[in-house]
Design a protein around this ligand. Structure first.
Ligand code: GDP
Ligand code: MG
Length: 179
């Protein structure tokens, strides 16, 4: 790393109901792997990915997985501490997980904020889009996200590697802009 480069350490939380694909998204993004096996019991706390973002910027991205704690409904303040961004994930095929999205967003906003007091950027991922029946209506996606206070909203598939990189890049852009 040359002396003019700046380094960002980014703690990003990945939250959402059990089984929506949080661990799969992280595994896909960091290791480019995907497995059908249900990984709920593997308690990986966080994964690190180092990105040469641009000529001047290195991003050390820590993705925090809430493996196994979804069922308690909410996380502790300590866990959220110093996070600079978050992904809230839901499963397109399970309406109940979409209903929970608002609750996860509120939980984040009540427990963590930026140093200037503003909310951290949070992006909504509607995962498992590979399971969408052809011709499904996905309009109003962005509007829905904005209404709920998300910076952005993306349809993703960890299985088929759709939009994962794009969505996380969007979040990193916001994080860097906030610095
Ligand atoms: P988590 O509990 O939120 O961490 O969810 P997991 O990552 O463990 O995924 C739960 C289940 O959904 C697993 O069987 C995954 O293989 C499956 N899954 C995850 N992402 C996708 C996806 O994009 N498409 C499909 N079809 N299945 C997925
Ligand atoms: Mg998991």
């Amino acid at each position: 790393m040359s002396s003019h480069q700046r380094e960002f350490l980014c703690k990003v939380l990945v939250v959402g109901d059990l089984g929506v694909g949080k661990t799969s998204i992280i595994q896909r993004y960091v290791h480019n792997i995907y497995s059908q096996c249900y990984r709920a019991t593997i308690g990986v706390d966080f994964a690190l990915k180092i990105l040469n973002w641009d000529q001047d910027t290195v991003v050390r991205l820590q993705l925090w997985d809430i493996a196994g704690q979804e069922r308690f409904g909410h996380m502790t303040r300590l866990y959220y501490r110093e996070a600079v961004g978050a992904l809230v994930v839901c499963d397109m095929g399970r309406e109940a997980t979409l209903q929970s999205v608002e609750r996860w967003k509120e939980d984040l906003d009540s427990k963590v904020c930026l140093q200037n007091g503003r909310p951290i950027p949070v992006i909504l991922l509607r995962n498992k889009c590979d399971q969408l029946p052809a011709g499904s209506r996905t309009r109003n996606l962005k509007e829905m996200g904005k209404e709920l206070g998300f910076s952005d909203c993306h349809l993703t598939s960890a299985k088929e590697n759709v939009n994962i990189d794009e969505a996380i890049s969007c979040l990193i852009k916001e994080i860097i802009a906030n610095d």
